[in-house]
Each structure stands twice: as C-alpha cells, then as structure tokens.
Design a protein. Structure first.
Length: 282
C-alpha cells in the first residue's frame, strides 16, 4: 500500500461515524473507501478468516451491491498486500490478514493482530456455521466473541467444564454459549453437551462468563436436520432419565442453518428446544 493510501487508512480510522442519524458533511469517497478497508481488516482479525459474502454482510448489510463492493474492496486490499486469499476445499475463497495488514492494525489500532499465513482453516463448514450465526447476531445488536478469538485466548473463557464454545453472544445482561453441530456426533459427545446444559443453566449460582454476563442460554446451531435430530434426541432421553429439567431445556435455543459446500447459508430457522422441538412430540 502506498504512503498515500496508508495516510487515508489512518484518516479512516479516526473519521467520525456518520451513522448517528444527524446531518453531517459527506466524507470524501476515498476516505469512506479506506474506512471500509479498515473495517474489513478488523473483522478478519476478529474472525480469523471470512469469505467475501460474509464480509459483504458484515460491512454493507443488505445493500443491493454489497457483494460486488466487498469483492472490489478485497481486491484492492489484496493488491496492496493487506490480505491474502486462500482457496477453500469445496470451491470459493477465504480471506485472511497478511503480515502487512496485521502490522498496520498493530501500529495504528493498537491491536495484537497476526498474519493468517499459517492459520489452519479447520473444518470450513463448521466454522462457516459459527461465523454466519455470529454475523447475524452482530446485525441484531449482540456483542459477540468469535470462535477465532476464543481459540487464540482473546476471550474471557476458552474452556469451561471441558468444553470450548463455538462463539459467545453478550447482551442485555446475559451470555449465550454457541454450540455448532455440523456432522454426526458420538453418543458420548452429545451427552457432554446435555450435561453441560444441566450443570450451567437455570441454576441458583450462575456461571459467569464475564463479571457482568452470567451464562443464561445455550444456542445449538445445526447445519442439517440429522445433526439437529440427534442432539435433540439426547436431550429428550436426558429429560426422561431426569438428568435435565424442563426449566433448563427452556434455556436452550436451536437454529437450523444449512451451509452449502461453498459456505453460502440458506435461510436460518430459529426455535426453542423445549417449546418447538421436544414438547410437540412428547
């Protein structure tokens, strides 16, 4: 990136927001563009890797040209050496911070960013499920802690009771533990999710995720009906065995979020485990 572009990048970081509803003088288009580039880099730092569609949703929301704008901005960042592109196993690309992009965030934003050059993509569909769910939560006003932030020790909790969350939502004085289900899980693995809920939900002594946010809910997000059906059956059996209470089951929400091989989501369907899944069949 040229020194001129770096200067604009810094201006973008300091530019006042124009989203407060008040009339303001329109920012120079170049500064707006650089602010969008900076925002993309911040999100790559937080999520580890993202697709162009994910970044489009995060930065431009439902704008009709959100995806083309994201791709143009990513191309500019790639040309300037701020991001790197990596092919996904089933097609499409993931974008990550380069060493130069990380260095810029560290120097101008005071972050502890690092290059994604050697970052493992892990299970892309599982991570995409978490990413899309958290992106939607962000757009609905939640604060989020991403799976990448958790795995890199930038979260108040990394492991609780032997389990690592796939994301955490914070809002309205409560924390929501996110558990993504992408493939068949062994009976013991499913039982561990149920046991976690029975130990930490609807208890007199609440588990604190941060000093201000007690753990009140668990969100089970499944990419397919089979995964959702299997985990629901484990909760149902635990209820029959009296190892989990109705009040605790009411604190578990579920979401069906199909993800294509190219990591594009279908429409998300939300519900409550007790009211919408278990009670109708019991």
């Amino acid at each position: 990136m040229s020194n001129y572009s770096l200067s604009l990048f810094a201006q973008a970081a300091l530019a006042p927001s124009t989203d407060n509803g008040a009339e303001t003088t329109p920012l120079d288009k170049r500064i707006i563009g650089e602010r969008n580039r900076l925002t993309l880099c911040r999100y790559l730092h937080r999520f580890g890797w993202l697709t162009s569609r994910m970044l489009a949703r995060l930065v431009w929301g439902d704008a009709s040209q959100s995806w083309p704008m994201a791709r143009r901005t990513l191309k500019a960042l790639q040309d300037d050496g701020m991001v790197i592109k990596r092919a996904l196993p089933q097609g499409g690309d993931a974008y990550l911070l380069s060493a130069k992009g990380a260095r810029f965030l560290n120097e101008h934003e005071g972050l502890d960013a690092s290059s994604g050059h050697s970052l493992a993509l892990g299970n892309p569909v599982h991570r995409a499920c978490s990413n899309w769910y958290l992106i939607d939560a962000l757009r609905n006003g939640w604060q989020v802690i991403t799976e990448h932030e958790i795995s890199t020790d930038r979260s108040p909790v990394r492991v609780l009771d032997g389990k690592q969350p796939d994301g955490i939502l914070l809002g309205e004085g409560e924390a929501v533990w996110v558990e993504c289900e992408n493939a068949w899980k062994s009976t013991s693995a499913r039982k561990s999710v149920v046991a976690f809920c029975s130990r930490h939900l609807d208890q007199d002594n609440m588990t604190m995720i941060t000093p201000d946010y007690p753990l009140r809910q668990v969100a089970v997000v499944a990419t397919n009906m089979d995964a959702l059906r299997h985990i629901a059956s484990s909760f149902q059996q635990a209820f029959r065995d009296q190892s989990i209470r109705e009040g605790q089951l009411q604190m578990v929400n579920v979401a069906l979020l199909p993800i294509s091989k190219s990591l594009v989501p279908s429409e998300q369907v939300d519900g409550n485990l007790w009211a919408d899944v278990l009670l109708p069949v019991m």
